[in-house]
Design a protein around this ligand. Structure first.
Ligand code: FES
Length: 113
């Protein structure tokens, strides 16, 4: 099974092919925002994929439209709720935008200074 590694969060999780990066984050306990619940209506699941990007599901027009609303969009940007793993390992960084959204969604969690 492919592994998804969340750089800077010290999380690595093995998932079934077809799992979204957002669901991988939830399975592994990584912080990734999902304000719209994975319904392609926000950009709080914005990540930068550093390795394995060619094996992810193709980006479509809907994902591109939402990514246009994100901060600090790069060539390696994807939406965690839309990009699904296949057979290769993925390494990614969850953006600050997404981590801030995660803390907003989890008010009981204290952000380290
Ligand atoms: S969680 Fe809203 S677009 Fe991915």
């Amino acid at each position: 099974m492919p592994k998804v590694k969340f750089e800077l969060q010290n999380v690595e999780v093995e998932v079934e092919a077809g799992t979204s990066l957002l669901d991988a984050a939830k399975e592994g306990g990584a912080k990734m925002g999902d304000a719209c619940g994975g319904n392609l209506a926000c950009s709080t699941c914005h990540v930068w994929v550093n390795a394995g990007e060619d094996s992810l599901s193709e980006i479509d027009e809907g994902e591109e439209d939402i990514l246009d609303k994100a901060f600090d969009v790069r060539a390696e940007s994807r939406l965690g709720c839309q990009a699904c793993v296949s057979d290769q390992d993925i390494t990614l960084v969850v953006t600050e935008e997404s981590i801030a959204a995660w803390y907003d969604e989890h008010p009981d969690e204290k952000r380290p200074d």
